[in-house]
Design a binder for this molecule. Structure first.
Ligand SMILES: [Zn+2]
Length: 224
């Protein structure tokens, strides 16, 4: 307790530094880095209306990539807060995406889960933190236990597209949040959208339980 007290006193005098550029800042990111990240944003969010509409906030490059890497690998979970906020803002401004969804009283938000051991090592699931921030802005309920990852399938860069899909089969199962209460529509949140294989598997898992996925949201994509 004493240590926390001293820390609090110290924080009165010392501002924390921006995790990207090390400048002192009052917010999670300094204004300079915020500006740099906003430059990676797609004009109106990148939208693809495939079978399930997809909305991605920005391009995985430059300062946005730096922020995501810092969040995931350099232990800066607090960066999920502004990123989730921006994702929510874009979603709210994309009327064709949300007009029917905001009136849907049974719509919930589900983050793509990590394999439990992996999450234990990292200490958090960044998709869950992004979803939490997204829900704070939109007011939609968060179901972080909506899905469970039962196979560790994340390291699959060396596999072909078909091998990936095969490897991902049965990667998820319905989580504790949905085993009791019934929902009928879900918005999926992930951090980075690459091939879409992970999300496809998650959609298939929900479908087996008659749950409709009404949209996929990600903060960044490697596709231009
Ligand atoms: Zn900065």
């Amino acid at each position: 307790m004493l240590r926390n007290f001293f820390k609090a006193v110290l924080n009165l005098f010392l501002k924390p530094n921006c995790p990207l550029c090390d400048r002192p800042t009052d917010t999670q990111l300094c204004p300079y880095c915020q500006k740099q990240i906003l430059r990676c944003q797609f004009p109106r969010g990148k939208q693809c209306s495939g079978e399930v509409p997809l909305l991605v906030w920005g391009q995985y490059k430059g300062a946005l990539k730096q922020a995501i890497v810092a969040m995931k690998y350099n232990n800066h979970p607090e960066l999920a807060q502004p990123l989730g906020y921006w994702l929510a803002e874009t979603w709210l401004n994309t009327s064709q995406f949300n007009s029917s969804n905001l009136n849907n009283k049974r719509l919930v938000v589900v983050p793509i889960p990590m394999f439990p051991e992996k999450q234990k090592k990292r200490g958090f699931n960044q998709a869950e933190l992004l979803a939490r921030s997204f829900c704070q802005v939109t007011g939609l309920p968060l179901k972080s236990q909506g899905l469970e990852r039962i196979r560790d399938t994340e390291a699959q860069f060396s596999l072909s597209a078909q091998q990936r899909q095969e490897n991902l089969k049965d990667a998820f199962r319905l989580g504790a949040d949905f085993r009791q209460s019934k929902v009928n529509s879900v918005l999926i949140v992930d951090d980075i959208y690459t091939t879409g294989a992970t999300v496809k598997t998650a959609i298939a898992t929900f479908r087996r339980h008659q749950i409709r996925v009404v949209g996929i949201l990600a903060i960044a994509t490697t596709k231009s």
